[in-house]
Design a protein around this ligand. Structure first.
Ligand SMILES: [Zn+2]
Length: 407
């Protein structure tokens, strides 16, 4: 029996990697895309989505879903970063582990509702892979490592269990948290584990000027924070522990995700652009929440660095809607063409997560999990007009599956 095909038509089909198709159709089978073409070439019955754009499912390259039950970010906009970290630590202490599964599932549902099909998730201990299974979304779980040296680090025992447990539908990675929270020995161990198991690493890097101050001068507010947390160890910092140290370590494994990179220098960006396995993840609304200096997005794109987009968590963002993230990004970087913005939230994210064979473009053989962008000003959507409406305040994004008729 031949596979049942469904043909979606919309005023715009945006394959990413190929030019936009006005008045186009996407032909999908049970799991995979079969064809993308102009409507006039199609002979099968259609489901007409009308004034809308069909796009590949979105990819959210960075979250911490354990905070998905927060109604508002911790602290106020512009909060000093180390003060915010203290609030995160407090929140974790007060949050019962039993609620974690519920909180993660709430986050996954929120992701799916905004048209996301794959996510890069930083999971803190205890990590239960079952929390992410069968969620209807492809999850890459990065096991978070932080704290003291390997000999007395309780997270490493859990990491061994994580590494040896069956993956079934989940892809794994490691996340030594950040230069200020990971000892040098633990960092080396994480890189070794990633290399042995062929796993990617996601690491927060160059997130704040205070982090650079700590690494370059062993001073600033992080010293007080680490003393307060009882983890201050001056031996972890010094000449050989600058941002370069981490960049070089991460370039040694098959795939490294540099989370944020808000304060990477031009020289560092030059170097990153030469490393095929390194990707940067920009979290636009979290970046705004901390009122950082303007993001070096254009400098990264000019160097052909693969920049993906993430929401980060509800501890620094009002929600987990990746489409809202792209809309905000397009207001901040109005010089970018809407197709460039779409690429950041689809193909670039898929590449950063090593999932570009399945997601990121509308292409024969790739996943049939699609998304659709609509406008509450439908008159702005026009087959012969521009795509400027795509990321306007009037637009929303949903998974296409919810529009699938039952049969
Ligand atoms: Zn993060």
């Amino acid at each position: 029996m031949s596979e049942q095909l469904t043909v979606y038509r919309a005023d715009w089909v945006l394959p990413v990697g190929q030019p936009p198709v006005p008045d186009g159709v996407v032909v999908v089978g049970e799991n995979a895309i079969k064809d993308v073409m102009p409507s006039r070439n199609n002979t099968l019955p259609i489901i007409d989505l009308g004034r809308a754009a069909i796009i590949p499912g979105l990819v959210n390259a960075h979250t911490h879903l354990e905070f998905s039950d927060l109604d508002a970010p911790l602290g106020q906009p512009g909060i000093e970063f180390t003060e915010w970290i203290s609030k995160v630590v407090q929140h974790r202490v007060g949050d019962p582990a039993a609620r974690k599964k519920f909180t993660i599932q709430r986050g996954l549902i929120e992701l799916i509702q905004s048209g996301v099909v794959a996510v890069g998730e930083i999971a803190s201990t205890p990590v239960e892979l079952d929390d992410y299974r069968d969620s209807g979304i492809d999850v890459q779980v990065f096991y978070e490592l932080l704290g003291p040296n390997t000999s007395d680090n309780p997270r490493l025992a859990g990491c061994q269990t994580f590494l040896s447990s069956p993956s079934s539908g989940i892809s794994k990675g490691l996340s030594p948290h950040a230069p200020y929270s990971v000892s040098s020995e633990l960092m080396n161990h994480a890189v070794q584990l990633a290399d042995t198991h062929g796993l990617p690493i996601a690491m927060h890097l160059a997130e704040t000027p205070q982090e650079r101050e700590l690494l370059e001068h062993q001073s600033g507010p992080f010293v007080g924070l680490l003393q307060h947390l009882g983890t201050w160890n001056p031996n972890n910092f010094g000449e050989d522990r600058q941002s370069w140290h981490y960049l070089e370590r991460l370039s040694q494994i098959s795939r490294g995700l540099l989370i944020h990179g808000n304060y990477l220098t031009g020289k560092e960006l030059d170097w990153i652009s030469q490393q095929a396995g390194l990707h940067v993840v920009y979290c636009p609304r979290t970046h705004r929440f901390f009122e950082h200096a303007s993001y070096p997005l254009q400098a990264m794109l000019d160097r052909s660095i693969n920049v993906a987009v993430g929401t980060d968590s509800r501890a620094s963002n009002p929600n987990l809607n990746l489409f809202e993230e792209l809309k905000f990004l397009s207001t901040q970087f109005s010089q970018l063409d809407p197709m460039q913005v779409l690429r950041l939230g689809t193909l670039n994210g898929a590449s950063a997560l090593g999932m570009e064979q399945r997601y990121g473009t509308l292409e024969k053989g790739k996943s049939s999990r699609l998304a659709v962008i609509r406008s509450n000003q439908p008159s702005s959507v026009n087959v012969s007009g521009s795509l400027d409406w795509l990321f306007s305040t009037h637009s929303t994004c949903h998974p296409l599956r919810s529009e699938h008729p039952s049969h």
